[in-house]
Design a protein around this ligand. Structure first.
Ligand code: ADP
Ligand code: MG
Length: 728
């Protein structure tokens, strides 16, 4: 193994950077491999084009004749680009993307063959659903599921395959993927927000949710990565002593991007251009070898697809550059982890960003409406929002004093805080006409300037307002954004729906003028949801105490955090907003708990294996060398040897005690695993893994990491942190 490590190191050092040259302007490459509007105009008949357009814009069904036309044109376009296969591309609850390639190729009678792709194949497919997680939705008799075309996300060509974005549902209709509930949530928020927008502008017909994600990741030399079973099998290091130099010098953040990484990025961005993923920003992150990539925001469904696709493409491009991409939230202990900020906003078909400040009092009121309703939605559903980002891997960041804490709070900046305070204190009861005017002048009138210099960014806040959007920062780097985006859009939809009922009530039953009614309801909302606002340091113990007083949840572990997913109110919420049925909600809960158990179980096995089969034998080998040395000293110096071999004797003892520490803890961990494995009830099993198995990781690691410092470097079998993080 040590040989493997040195071989990997040698290769990593001599790895010549693959120079990636860009030959075309990015704007010219953009979307070349996408069956987008431009391509559709070129390939589709007018009828087919209009059919697809109205499906995208108004959610109309596409009839079979049009589907046939679209399929045939897609095939012609794909064949002209050297494509041989097609696949329904979907996002099952494993978190990865799934595809099963079929060739266009079909045989004909008489020995001939043709390329064929009809509406049937475009619209619906039946993959073998039984091997994807379903949370018990499909029993053995109904193990079938199908994928169905999502025309709102354009088909694309990746390598030599035409990929058709699809939803994935059980035969009985329940969603088995991330996309289906997301599409329903986006529909719900469109309905609710459009209705509210009509208070301000009758011409608004549609509200779209936008998402701009920022993907953080680590790049590690491929050979070194594969010399470590933990990275290869779990995506993170389960042991490894901190390097002498970590991120304490802050010399990586926004520093110059190393050449080898830059070449990877250019290649990746080039692929993104072809696939229509509008990547724009790249930079070094805080930790060594950590980077970030961000696109221009897009409609949320498309953005979620693009992020899922990107994570897949990243792995493939990295491999070409002899890198391994680590998307795990915490690949290295004591080094910053990775997240995926989800920038979110709502905008109208008339081109208005509803979370951007307006220029007139009326548009400012519209801004405040969406701003305050979002805050209220987060307040009412903070625990559910926390649950939407819970996973075994994200658990290492949340609640572990790393951006951000497990407590959900909203940061809005000093000036907006003042605006809300003023708005709140305008009057206790109903607004008089005079007060209304004051309010407009004093509060609403100020908003346009306020937001221009709202540059304050509190990095410890999990949900921050950043000028013209909210930024949900607690999302995990490995996560599919579909889950948090479904929750966020659903809770905002529900909140806006309630808001409209309350405002209409004041207008219809109490004779309020419309904007007066809006003011009144908003003011009450500010009072109600004040407890979610927090501008201070989210990492501090003081905040934990304060948050507890305010009644905010602080669910540090995943099994704890997930519970609210099946609470009565959650089930009622998803049902009311027609996003998920009770069966779907419960199934997802089960799938996530199962995933949690599986992750910890795999990590536990890998750690036990490395500790016993790699670390202990290495330590014994080194101990034997020391013993030989001591024996030699005794032979030469006789009685005198004890003074001369003092350090060696200490080392021999220390090694023995660490070996004992490893072995006894591995045994303990295996025992706990055995106990956990016989628990049938999945939430209890997850709890057992979380509370009884996982904590032992740290004890095993402690002894392994101590041995790393004691044992001869030449013998050490695993690539060390300094090698993983600094070798280029
Ligand atoms: P930063 O936060 O890094 O300073 P920006 O504020 O420009 O940079 O944007 C960060 C991210 O926010 C980008 O990925 C961008 O696409 C996204 N973003 C900007 N405006 C919106 C919006 N209206 N809706 C959703 N995402 C947005
Ligand atoms: Mg950001």
């Amino acid at each position: 193994m040590a040989i493997l490590r040195f071989q990997a190191l040698k290769e990593s050092i001599t790895n010549k950077s693959i120079i990636f040259e860009e030959r075309e302007k990015r704007s010219e490459l953009y979307g070349t491999n996408v069956f987008n509007e431009r391509t559709m105009r070129q390939y589709l008949t007018r009828d087919a084009f209009n059919g697809v357009k109205s499906a995208i814009e108004d959610g109309r069904k596409i009839n079979r004749a049009i589907a046939d036309q679209v399929a045939s044109s897609m095939k012609d376009w794909a064949l002209s680009k050297g494509v041989t296969h097609y696949t329904h591309w979907f996002q099952p609850l494993t978190g990865a993307t799934a595809e099963k390639h079929d060739a266009f190729f079909e045989t004909l009678e008489g020995g001939d063959a043709i390329e064929k792709f009809g509406g049937n194949q475009l619209v619906q497919q039946e993959p073998d659903a039984s091997s994807f997680p379903s949370g018990g939705i499909r029993n053995t008799f109904e193990a079938r599921g199908y994928t169905a075309w999502d025309p709102t996300s354009p088909a694309f060509i990746y390598e030599t395959t035409l990929c058709i974005p699809t939803i994935f549902v059980a035969y009985t209709g329940e969603a088995l993927d991330y996309k289906t509930p997301l599409l329903r949530a986006l529909h719900a928020v469109d309905d609710a927000a459009t209705a509210v927008c009509k208070y301000f502008d009758k011409n608004v017909k549609k509200v779209t949710s936008s998402l701009g994600w920022e993907q953080e990741y680590f790049l590690i030399d491929k050979n070194l990565a594969f010399s470590r079973p933990d990275i290869a099998l779990t995506g993170r290091t389960l042991l490894g002593h901190s390097p002498a130099k970590g991120q304490q010098l802050d010399d990586h953040y926004f520093g110059s991007i190393p050449n080898r990484a830059l070449n990877f990025m250019r290649d990746l961005e080039n692929q993104c251009m072809l696939l229509g993923i509008p990547v724009k920003t790249r930079h070094n992150e805080v930790a060594p070898n950590q980077f970030e990539l961000a696109p221009i925001h897009e409609e949320a469904n498309l953005a979620v697809d693009h992020n899922a696709l990107l994570m897949d493409v990243m792995g493939r491009v990295a491999s070409r550059h002899n890198f391994k991409v680590l998307l795990h939230e915490k690949p290295f202990a004591n080094i910053n982890g990775s997240g995926k900020h989800n920038n979110w906003s709502l905008s109208t078909n008339t081109g208005v960003n509803l979370l951007a400040p307006g220029k007139t009092p009326m548009s400012s009121l519209q801004f405040l409406t969406f701003f305050i309703n979002t805050i209220k939605a987060v307040y009412e559903n903070e625990e559910l929002l926390r649950a939407s980002i819970a996973s075994a891997s994200n658990e290492h960041r949340l609640g572990a004093n790393e951006a951000p804490p497990a407590i959900i709070s909203v940061f809005i900046g000093e000036q907006l805080t003042k605006v809300l305070q003023e708005l709140e204190s305008v009057t206790k009861g109903k607004l008089s006409p005079q007060e209304k005017t004051d309010l407009k002048l004093n509060v609403v009138g100020k908003i346009p300037d306020v937001l221009l210099d709202n540059t304050d960014r509190n990095r410890t806040s999990p949900f921050a307002f950043t000028g013209n959007k909210f930024e949900f920062r607690a999302v995990g780097s490995m996560a599919n954004c579909g889950n948090p985006m479904t929750v966020l859009n659903t809770i905002v939809a529900k909140q806006l729906k309630e808001f409209k009922i309350e405002v209409d009530d004041l207008v219809d039953k109490k004779g309020f003028k419309k904007d007066e009614a809006i003011f009144n309801v908003l003011r009450e909302y500010i009072k109600d949801s004040k407890d979610i606002l927090f501008e201070g340091n989210g990492y501090g113990e003081a905040w934990e105490k304060e948050a507890k007083k305010r009644g905010l949840s602080n669910n540090k572990t995943t099994p704890e955090a997930l519970k609210v997913k099946v609470s009565k109110s959650t089930i009622a919420l998803f049902k009311e907003m027609e996003v998920m049925s009770k069966v779907e909600v419960e199934a997802r809960y089960e799938v996530e708990l199962e995933a949690y158990v599986n992750h910890i179980q795999i990590e536990s096995r890998v750690l036990g294996d490395i500790a016993r089969n790699h670390i202990v034998p290495t330590a014994v080998k080194y101990q034997n060398i020391l013993i030989e040395n001591v024996k030699g000293l005794k032979e030469i110096f006789d009685k005198h040897y004890k003074t001369l071999a003092k350090e060696q004797l200490n080392l021999i003892e220390a090694i023995s005690s660490h070996i004992e520490g490893i072995n006894s803890n591995v045994t303990k961990m295996i025992d706990e695993r055995k106990k956990a494995n016989v628990i049938d009830e999945i939430s209890l099993k997850a709890k057992a893994y979380c509370n009884n198995v996982k904590p032992i990781f740290d004890d095993i690691r402690y002894h392994c990491d101590k041995l790393e410092l004691l044992v001869d470097d030449e013998l050490w079998p695993l690539a060390k942190y300094r090698e993983l993080l600094f070798v280029r």
